[in-house]
Design a protein around this ligand. Structure first.
Ligand code: SAM
Length: 289
């Protein structure tokens, strides 16, 4: 079959399987199968798929049809302009997490701040990324802050393997020290300038509101924190206060559901600020020790 017919029937098939954005997904999976870019799809509509290409594309469509996220099928997701490897051991990095990176860069003084205050952090920052998953935040910061010393932890050994592979893929392995830990266990007191984290923050009580794909295929321990969603953050905030040097910053991704609880937990901190994402949902909490 020719590429344009294959694509048209894939769009129909994904639509019938109730896959959101069927055209986009059909194209992404075809680009993955043929190892080509989108321009090729449109420049070569008459390209005839070889039998093995057709059968690999069918297999990918079948996976997508049963709900497997496209990124777990292709094994890739872009974050902060970097192509990252993803597997079902890690959360698929989300675009809104780039706001967390932006907040850190503002505090580090390398990005113009939207607020009045920029805290001048030292040029060789000691940063900890807690719950690094694919390593997306640590990698983005390593790329943007060439003098920062970065430690990244996760409780999951399988996630750390993916994070290390991503660091190697982007020649940043010498810049980030990865280790397996429960939150900030192993960090010395007053030893870190900035702690950044996108922790699990969804409550089991909100499970019905979480997309089925996320519930079925993304790691449960990366998404759900416990019954209310605040459980991990509730442990992280006091640990961060001990690990940070005086004047250091904590920057966390949060959700609208828990933002007021987070603000309350940060009541003894200075300069608490909660920033919204592009949908005006409270998304990043930052506070100074
Ligand atoms: C929401 S994911 C974020 C992953 C990645 N930082 C990102 O932004 O895409 C949360 C991560 O925290 C890790 N995690 C969960 N509980 C943890 C704990 N107690 N200590 C350390 N990491 C934990 C999970 O394994 C998961 O990789």
């Amino acid at each position: 079959m020719q590429l344009k017919q294959t694509l048209a029937s894939a769009i129909t098939r994904l639509g019938a399987d109730h896959v959101p954005s069927p055209r986009l997904n059909a194209e992404l999976l075809l680009m993955f199968t043929l190892d080509c870019d989108r321009a090729y799809l449109y420049a070569h509509p008459e390209h005839k798929l070889a039998l093995d290409e057709q059968s690999r594309y069918d297999a990918a469509l079948a996976e997508r049809g049963r709900g497997v996220p496209t990124q777990y099928i292709t094994g890739h997701q872009e974050f902060w302009g970097m192509d990252l490897i993803v597997s079902p051991a890690v959360l698929i990095p989300r675009p809104e997490t780039e706001h967390v990176v932006e907040a850190v860069l503002e505090l580090a003084g390398v990005k113009k701040t939207s607020g009045p205050k920029v805290f001048p952090l030292p040029s060789s920052l000691r940063i900890a990324d807690v719950g690094t998953g694919s390593g997306c935040i640590a990698l983005a910061l390593a790329k943007e802050l060439p003098h920062a010393e970065i430690r990244a932890s996760d409780i999951s050994a399988a996630a750390l393997e993916v994070a290390r592979a991503n660091a190697a893929r982007h020649q940043l392995e010498s810049r980030i020290q990865f280790h397996q830990a429960d939150l900030l266990a192993g960090f010395e007191n007053n030893s870190v300038d900035l702690i950044v984290s996108n922790p699990p923050y969804v409550g089991e009580s909100e499970e019905d509101q979480v997309q089925l794909e996320v519930r079925k295929f993304e790691p449960r321990s990366a998404v759900f924190a416990g019954p209310t969603g605040i459980e991990v953050i509730k442990r992280l905030i006091p640990q961060a206060r001990v690990a940070l040097r005086p004047g250091g910053w904590l920057v966390m991704e949060i959700s609208g559901t828990i933002s007021e609880k987070v603000r309350h937990l940060l009541q003894d901190w200075n300069d608490v600020r909660i920033r919204p994402d592009l949908q005006s949902i409270p998304r990043v909490a930052q506070a100074q020790k």
